[in-house]
Design a protein around this ligand. Structure first.
Ligand code: 6PG
Length: 250
């Protein structure tokens, strides 16, 4: 069973998302000295800005200096490229923090990007895996209109990503969502995380939410995540995204 929270107001969604993240932070800091979290790309990053930076009651409770931030997936482009998840997160969230705030961020090693083909891209994934902790306290995820999450895409062509049992980070090639080359957490990495949290908003997500929560199409990476890791998985969605969902229990 996954936990699903549906919101009518954007401000309530982002506030409750922020409360959830801060609770995970506080729980982690009771056990140890840091909070290890990963961030995905897409609209999630704007929601994180609203939750953790713009929300005046939450922002003072975010202990940024104790965060270790990783990326659930990353596009293989320079970190300054408009397509970089790190670059977008930096621009939208990190650059908005006071200059005195120190945050530990762990982006992909852009110096490894080359035109040397498959081997070099596999190497970028392998190097990223090296710097990851065994277990993240929280993995923040988006959901594409085709049911992908991280850069785990549905369909035969990308089945190799879902079938990966050893590598915790894999190279995704020919991504249906540009840019084509990416690195992504695999299911083994998600398995070891303490908590997973999806954010999905807007009417463009209606059909896929119906497919995920009513039809439970297990060819979809998001459905697999729900099925495999349901107990530790939460969804924050809005009315628009959930407009076609009939199910009451998840
Ligand atoms: O880098 C990426 O492309 C992502 O990490 C990807 O998994 C994203 O989170 C979803 O595609 C949802 O994106 P939207 O919320 O923008 O639809």
């Amino acid at each position: 069973m996954v936990t699903v929270r549906v919101f009518s107001e954007r401000a309530s969604l982002t506030h409750q998302l922020g409360e959830f993240i801060v609770k995970k932070q506080d729980e982690a800091l009771q056990r140890k000295s840091d909070f290890k979290v990963s961030v995905s790309g897409g609209s999630l990053i704007n929601a994180l800005y609203e939750s953790l930076v713009a929300d005046a009651s939450l922002s003072p409770r975010v202990q940024w200096s104790k965060w270790q931030i990783y990326f659930s997936d990353e596009r293989i482009v320079p970190l300054t490229d408009a397509d970089s998840n790190y670059g977008t997160f930096k621009k939208i969230v990190l650059d908005k923090l006071a200059s005195t705030v120190q945050v530990n961020v762990h982006p992909m090693d852009e110096s490894l990007i080359s035109n040397d083909g498959a081997e070099s891209r596999d190497n970028i994934a392998a190097q990223y895996e090296q710097i990851l902790p065994q277990s993240l306290d929280l993995v923040l995820l988006g959901c594409g209109p085709d049911g992908h999450t991280c850069s785990l895409f549905p369909g035969q062509k990308h089945k190799y990503l879902l079938e990966e049992t050893k590598k915790r980070v894999a190279w995704c090639h020919d991504s249906p969502k540009p840019p084509s080359d990416r690195i992504t957490f695999t299911l083994p990495m998600l398995k070891d995380a303490k908590a997973l949290c999806f954010v999905a908003e807007g009417t463009s997500k209606q059909d896929i939410m119906h497919e995920i929560f009513d039809l439970k199409n297990d060819q979809l990476p998001t459905v697999l995540v729900n099925e495999l890791f349901g107990k530790k998985t939460s969804w924050f969605v809005n009315d628009e995204a959930f407009g076609k969902v009939q199910a009451k229990n998840f």
